[in-house]
Design a protein around this ligand. Structure first.
Ligand SMILES: [Zn+2]
Length: 170
């Protein structure tokens, strides 16, 4: 069983107003999810919860680094990421999510569980293509190797097979 109690906010006792929280998202957090695309991570989630009488507005700011593979040189590196999102929570009779993604918490709920949101936001923070921000940071040796291995770059591949036959006549 995964224990995400560190990512829960007991909101019932909170006064109306703004409350700040900070959560660390590292390897152990993502390991707890079976399908996580993120393995290495050093992220901080700053969460600002605005409690009102009938609802809560929860603003997330994620920042830090995520372990990624560079699309250009194929080497693992720490990709700096940043992500903001907002969750609207309303107090209602039945717990669920509305079509416009508002979380409704029934009267029996007294903990706001954030782990699923933090997990999703962290994944949204990572672009589908990841590469060293600066090509100069790429592993030059790996780049050269890849350059030599890339099939399309070698013009010999496209040469008319008859040329090969002629070469054989030399
Ligand atoms: Zn690179």
């Amino acid at each position: 069983m995964n224990n995400f109690s560190a990512y829960e906010i007991p909101f019932l006792g909170l006064k109306v107003g703004i409350h700040d929280y900070e959560f660390e998202l590292k390897e152990t957090f993502f390991e707890a999810f079976e399908h996580s695309q993120i393995e290495q991570a050093n992220l901080t989630a700053n969460v600002k919860l605005d409690k009102q009488s009938s609802m809560m507005v929860v603003d997330f700011h994620l920042s830090g680094t995520v372990g990624a593979i560079c699309d250009r040189c194929g080497v693992a590196f720490d990709l700096p990421v940043e992500y903001d999102d907002r969750l609207i929570v309303k107090f209602g009779d039945v717990t669920g999510t509305t079509d416009d993604e508002i979380l409704v918490l029934g009267t029996e709920v007294h903990l706001l569980e954030l782990h699923q949101y933090l997990y999703e936001y962290a994944h949204l923070a990572v672009p589908s293509k990841t590469a060293h921000p600066d090509e100069e940071d790429c592993d030059q040796e790996a780049l050269n190797l890849l350059e030599n291995l890339r099939p399309g770059d070698d013009d010999d591949d496209d040469i008319d097979p008859r040329w090969d036959a002629l070469k054989g006549l030399k």
